[in-house]
Ligand binder design. Structure first.
Ligand SMILES: *[C@@H]1O[C@H](CO)[C@@H](O)[C@H](O)[C@H]1NC(C)=O
Ligand SMILES: *[C@@H]1O[C@H](CO)[C@@H](O)[C@H](O)[C@H]1NC(C)=O
Ligand SMILES: *[C@@H]1O[C@H](CO)[C@@H](O)[C@H](O)[C@H]1NC(C)=O
Ligand SMILES: *[C@@H]1O[C@H](CO)[C@@H](O)[C@H](O)[C@H]1NC(C)=O
Ligand SMILES: *[C@@H]1O[C@H](CO)[C@@H](O)[C@H](O)[C@H]1NC(C)=O
Ligand SMILES: *[C@@H]1O[C@H](CO)[C@@H](O)[C@H](O)[C@H]1NC(C)=O
Ligand SMILES: *[C@@H]1O[C@H](CO)[C@@H](O)[C@H](O)[C@H]1NC(C)=O
Ligand SMILES: *[C@@H]1O[C@H](CO)[C@@H](O)[C@H](O)[C@H]1NC(C)=O
Ligand SMILES: *[C@@H]1O[C@H](CO)[C@@H](O)[C@H](O)[C@H]1NC(C)=O
Ligand SMILES: *[C@@H]1O[C@H](CO)[C@@H](O)[C@H](O)[C@H]1NC(C)=O
Ligand SMILES: *[C@@H]1O[C@H](CO)[C@@H](O)[C@H](O)[C@H]1NC(C)=O
Length: 813
């Protein structure tokens, strides 16, 4: 079967898709479409699924073995390619044809045995080529077309000569040649021809080689920006001779001495470093490993330096050297026991002495340009600081005495140091003889750190002159009484305040009245329980607040609602948060504001190990809802019952009475023959006709009439029931228009019906006094039905037949 191209593509499409989608997971996306990492995935090829837009690809720690033209898909935008330790042995011609636009290529740690003669030819834009530890034995690499190359890093190889290929002299931007840890022992004059032609501003790294000999004049007229020759010589002798041979070399920054920290070496000839005098340099970084019993002339050849950094040294004292350009002196750990007297260096601007052993400081003077003094970490004990120690040094802006032992501060401690902007005493015990005048006159001070200096702050004014102060750190001290209320009032420019770890139990509301620019407030490790000051308008610029490790259980809603609008960092961790349903507002706030809370996972509930963010607010909401629903229903039921009880109070009474009757069922004695229910409008008829005709007849019929027979002092309802309905054998109902309109009559009729219904006896006699519409009879419960089912008497005029029938009905049993 022969397939057309189109059919093939239709057939292959899904297959390719599956492969591609599988490969997508081989690499990690770091920035979508831009940066990917496939590091350490055991891959044997570059995934084809990478987007063509990718700019940076980390493909380190995979298995490629050989690179050729098809090794890379077309990735025109790729600029950075890391192929560290991919077991690459062969790099063929045109390997990088598809990734032409590379600017950085890293091939570190590949055992490359074959570079195709034109393998880098396509990389016209390459700026950094890293060939560290690839078994390179020479710098003669075919990189002719890499005219934009800036850095060539070929450390940890087997290169024996610094000689660069001649075409590199045309590389105008070339600025760094890293040859550390190679096998260079001799540098001949011919080797540096290209270096010299490339010109100025280059960095040359020759550290950790085995230099034995440098031909004199090899570096003549060469200018280097940086020259690294740490641990670059086979011996001290070789070092001395090689340095001497560097005559004519100019270097901006020279890095010499030991490479990192190496074990110390004893020298017998203290002038071992004299070769350095042949080199012109501005800045020198030195890590000394040599030590000697006698004095070492470490600085003798540094006389022309502008900056000296002794990272580590074994000098015991600093000899007198007439430095005439020195601006910066940095002395790391040495064997010096006193801070050197440097008053003879009028050019000095910056002094840093940081030793690991206790030192003495006798003071410095006459340094008009000195701006920066850092004597931190020297176990210093000073009496009567500080003017006494700095005479005629009016330009000091920065003074760091932190991490020392004890400094005693007496009268006018900073007179003559008016320009001070930064003052740091943290973790040095301060003995303030005149607390009041401690910081007197420091009008330019911007930064003050007196944390952990064992000061007890009182109400006395201490910060009165510090109008420009923006950073105040006073953690780890203590406050007497309400000192905090007054202390800060005049620091109107303050932006950073640290009063952590001061045992503060409460922040008085007036504390921050004057300091309305505070942005960072550190209150960690105090004993605060409430943060009501946050609800005041003083801290409107606050952006970061740290109240971790306090005793805060909750923040009330009115404070949460008034938090400064710019607050974006809030550390509430390690507080005993009250996680109960009464604090749902606060916990809800915590859950909602985790973006501004620092370490929200460390905000725990007081009594449990639960995180506040895990608290189940819904359960509180449900409980609340349930309570509301229950109370509402209860109230409704009570209201309803009261209404019903009111509405049907007579029925209730009737029921009660019936119940009482029922409980004491003595045969009811009927004292009347009939109880008459009638409207008072029909009273005339009842008195004149009904009573007249029945009570005066023979035998006389005893009627119960409410206006005559009801007992006084008894409620109407009980009268109706006791006397009328229960006390009579029959009930006569006088139906008229008024009867139907009267609520009382209707009620009595209903009661009567309920009694006789229970006794199943048709003992209700109805007299229709006047015609009533049928619809109206329906208004009275049971009347309409009664009229339909039972016979009734209709009154027209007084006739004996009517009375006879009535009497018969009453006397009938
Ligand atoms: C890579 O392969 C080696 C053995 O060849 C194996 O030990 C290692 O786990 C594999 N790594 C990954 C990420 O697959
Ligand atoms: C190479 O990269 C530059 C930017 O570094 C870009 O302007 C140029 O278009 C790229 N060339 C190709 C062929 O993509
Ligand atoms: C590689 O390319 C160079 C020129 O760029 C050429 O001289 C050489 O013959 C090529 N080698 C191979 C194996 O193709
Ligand atoms: C790249 O270098 C080769 C020689 O290795 C040369 O023939 C070719 O012209 C160069 N290409 C460019 C663009 O410089
Ligand atoms: C270093 O170079 C010397 C010659 O200068 C050579 O004898 C020695 O074998 C080389 N060392 C290594 C490890 O290649
Ligand atoms: C050396 O480099 C600096 C920036 O690194 C540059 O400002 C200066 O002009 C360069 N000097 C020469 C001579 O190239
Ligand atoms: C130190 O070396 C210099 C020259 O290398 C020599 O003149 C001097 O005598 C030596 N000093 C000692 C004490 O060996
Ligand atoms: C210091 O510089 C002067 C010229 O400015 C020069 O004569 C002297 O030899 C230099 N000293 C050292 C130790 O480099
Ligand atoms: C003062 O020195 C200490 C210790 O070196 C350092 O941690 C601190 O940041 C310095 N202070 C200032 C204000 O730079
Ligand atoms: C604040 O400044 C005023 C006037 O300068 C001064 O009277 C007051 O004592 C100062 N208060 C504090 C606490 O420094
Ligand atoms: C909040 O911060 C912005 C800049 O980050 C600032 O412009 C604004 O004034 C601040 N708002 C308040 C109330 O301080």
């Amino acid at each position: 079967m022969i397939m057309s191209y189109g059919e093939w593509m239709i057939f292959l499409g899904p297959v390719l898709f599956l492969v591609n989608s599988g490969q997508g997971q081989e690499c990690t996306m770091i920035i979508k479409n831009i940066e990917y990492s496939c590091s350490g995935r055991n891959l044997t090829h570059i995934p084809r699924s990478l987007p063509v837009t990718v700019k940076s690809l980390d493909f380190s720690f995979n298995f490629l073995s050989s690179l050729h033209r098809c090794a890379f898909p077309v990735l025109v935008n790729l600029q950075v390619l890391d192929l560290t330790r991919c077991h690459i042995k062969h790099i063929e011609n045109d390997t990088f044809y598809n990734v032409k636009n590379l600017t950085t290529l890293i091939l570190t740690g590949n055992p490359i045995t074959y570079f195709g003669p034109g393998c880098f030819n396509s990389l016209h834009n390459l700026q950094r080529l890293v060939l560290v530890d690839v078994g390179l034995s020479s710098l003669q690499i075919q990189i002719n077309n890499l005219t934009k190359l800036q850095e060539l890093r070929v450390g940890t190889n087997n290169i024996q000569s610094v000689s660069l290929p001649s075409f590199m002299s045309a590389f105008k931007d070339f600025s760094l040649l890293d040859l550390h840890a190679n096998n260079i022992s001799i540098i001949k004059t011919d080797d540096t021809v290209v270096l010299r032609e490339i010109g100025r501003n280059m960095t040359l790294i020759l550290s950790r080689n085995k230099l034995l000999h440098i031909e004199p004049e090899a570096f003549k007229d060469i200018y280097l920006k940086e020259f690294h020759i740490q641990s670059a010589f086979v011996s001290l002798n070789a070092q001395k001779e090689c340095l001497e041979a560097l005559t004519g070399l100019s270097v901006d920054k020279l890095f010499i001495g030991s490479y990192r920290m190496q074990s110390k070496v004893k020298v017998s000839n203290e002038s071992y470093l004299d070769g350095l005098c042949s080199v012109h340099f501005n800045e020198i970084y030195y890590v000394q490993k040599e030590f000697s019993e006698s004095e070492m002339h470490l600085f003798r050849c540094m006389i022309n330096a502008t900056k000296i950094t002794v990272k580590r040294g074994y000098i015991k004292r600093m000899e007198y050297i007439p430095f005439h350009r020195l601006k910066e002196l940095y002395l790391g750990p040495t064997l010096l026991s006193t801070v050197p007297r440097i008053s003879h260096i009028p050019t000095l601007e910056k002094l840093v002495v940081r030793n690991n052993i206790p030192m003495t400081f006798y003071g410095i003077s006459d340094l008009p340009l000195l701006q920066f003094v850092d004597l931190s970490g020297n176990f210093l004990i000073l009496k009567d600081c500080c003017s006494q120690f700095f005479q005629r040094t009016p330009n000091i802006h920065y003074m760091n005495f932190s991490l020392n032992s004890e400094i005693r501060i007496e009268d006018k401690p900073f007179s003559g140091l008016d320009l001070l902007e930064v003052l740091d005493f943290h973790r040095t015990k301060l003995v303030l003889v005149f607390y009041f005048g401690f910081l007197h006159g420091l009008k330019n001070l911007k930064y003050l750190d007196i944390s952990y200096t064992t000061i007890t702050f009182t109400r006395q004014i201490i910060f009165q002159d510090l109008n420009k102060l923006t950073v105040l750190k006073m953690a780890g001290n203590s406050f007497l009484g309400d000192a905090l209320s007054y202390l800060l009032q005049n620091l109107t420019g303050l932006e950073v305040l640290d009063i952590s770890h001061c045992g503060i139990e409460e922040i008085p509301s007036i504390s921050f009245i004057g300091t309305q620019k505070i942005q960072y407030l550190y209150l960690s490790q105090n004993k605060l329980m409430i943060l009501d000051f946050l609800g005041l308008p003083n801290l409107k610029e606050l952006s970061s607040l740290y109240v971790d490790k306090n005793s805060i259980t909750s923040l009330p809603l009115h404070v949460l609602q008034k938090l400064p609008t710019n607050l974006s960092q809030f550390d509430l961790s390690s507080n005993p948060i009250d996680c109960t349903c009464s604090q749902t507002d606060f916990i809800w706030w915590i859950i909602q504001n985790q973006n501004i809370l620092k370490q929200p996972e460390n905000i725990f509930c007081k009594t449990t190990d639960f995180r506040a963010t895990d608290f189940d607010i819904d359960s509180c909401v449900h409980k609340k809802r349930l309570t509301i629903v229950l109370s509402v229903s209860f109230v409704t039921v009570v209201v309803l019952l009261s209404f019903l009880a009111y509405r049907f109070q007579f029925y209730l009474q009737y029921c009660c009475i019936l119940l009482i009757r029922y409980r004491s069922p003595g045969q009811q004695e009927c004292s009347y023959d009939a109880f008459v229910i009638f409207s008072s409008y029909d009273e005339d008829w009842v008195m004149n006709e009904l009573m007249e005709n029945l009570e005066n007849s023979v035998p006389p019929i005893q009627l119960c009439l409410h206006m005559r027979d009801f007992q006084a002092g008894k409620s109407i309802a009980s009268n109706i029931i006791d006397e009328g309905i229960m006390g009579s054998r029959k009930v006569i109902v006088v139906v008229s228009q008024h009867f139907i309109d009267s609520a009382w009559c209707r009620f009595e009729f209903e009661l009567a019906q309920s009694r006789f219904m229970m006794e199943r006896n048709a003992n209700i006699i109805i007299i229709i006094l006047e015609d009533v519409e049928e619809t109206k009879t329906k208004k009275v419960f049971g009347l309409h039905k009664h009229l339909k089912k039972n016979t009734y008497l209709k009154w027209s005029t007084s006739n004996t037949k009517f009375w006879k029938r009535l009497r018969k009905a009453i006397l009938d049993n």
